[in-house]
Ligand binder design. Sequence first.
Ligand code: ADP
Ligand code: MG
Length: 310
Amino acid sequence: MKRIVVALGGNALGNSPEEQMQKVKHTAKPIVDLIAEGNEVIVAHGNGPQVGMINLAMDTASNSEAKTAKMPFPECGAMSQGYIGYHLQNAIREELINRGMNKPVATIITQVIVDKNDAAFENPTKPIGAFYTKEEAEKMSSERGETFKEDAGRGYRRVVPSPLPIDIAEKETIQALIDANQVVITVGGGGIPVYEDGNKLVGVPAVIDKDFASSKLAEIVDADYLIILTAVEKVAVNFGKENEEWLSELSMSQAEQYIKEGHFAAGSMLPKVKAAMAFAQSKEGRKALITSLEKAADGIQGKTGTIIVK
Ligand code: ADP
Ligand code: MG
């Protein structure tokens, strides 16, 4: 039996509620395959399109005649965890029952602790929500102290920092559910970023990378495997080029070399490779695997995917 943290990417979820409800039915299959083989599975996932949609809807409604309350970004993140978690726990439960397995599934609304002094707070990089004109952006920037940046010629968007995860506030609850042999869905969208202020946890408008949060989760629950499921079966060097080469195994020194040579795109494959390296390095015997959703079961048997080892 292995303890496995499975991190789901955007292709596991889809963009609209209808699409997501359909997609998670397929996503549930490889997850339940791993459970059926006797593994303990903890599920983590991204939330980019979902939190973007919620944030945009909330902004639009508060700027409209309806004048609904302005929804802070951490609250939008919490909503996305609930919405995605609902679909995932619904689909995984059904798939388990269909296969005669009686195992409870639950989503934990998860706060992930970040360092208030993380350098990322000085340089916000993640665009979120609606597009605005220069004038609107300048007005909001001076009224609310939010940062706006021009986004690829399409207008101005709010940008938020992407700090690193340090700890998970609900880790004891996650551990208790794992120990009780239950399936846990956690650190959705990388978790709701909070910093510690005495007894308080204070939510901050930021986005923690889901690959880094999943790696931290895997360390904390002492997982054997971190499996990052995405749209590609393997990691490549010279990705998308004529001399593209798919990698079955990646050592630390190779990975570092390839990162230096710029083989992994920032914001997509780079955080996955770095998160995989961090986990594989954190303790002897820990392995990270990057593969596609469809190949998860083959990947864990060593038949495909890119394995990252110390
Ligand atoms: P997710 O939603 O799963 O986080 P991303 O789109 O952020 O997915 O990252 C996965 C994507 O990274 C792949 O679909 C691929 O297009 C891209 N990518 C960039 N560089 C590489 C590489 N070197 N090898 C494989 N895929 C890469
Ligand atoms: Mg991604």
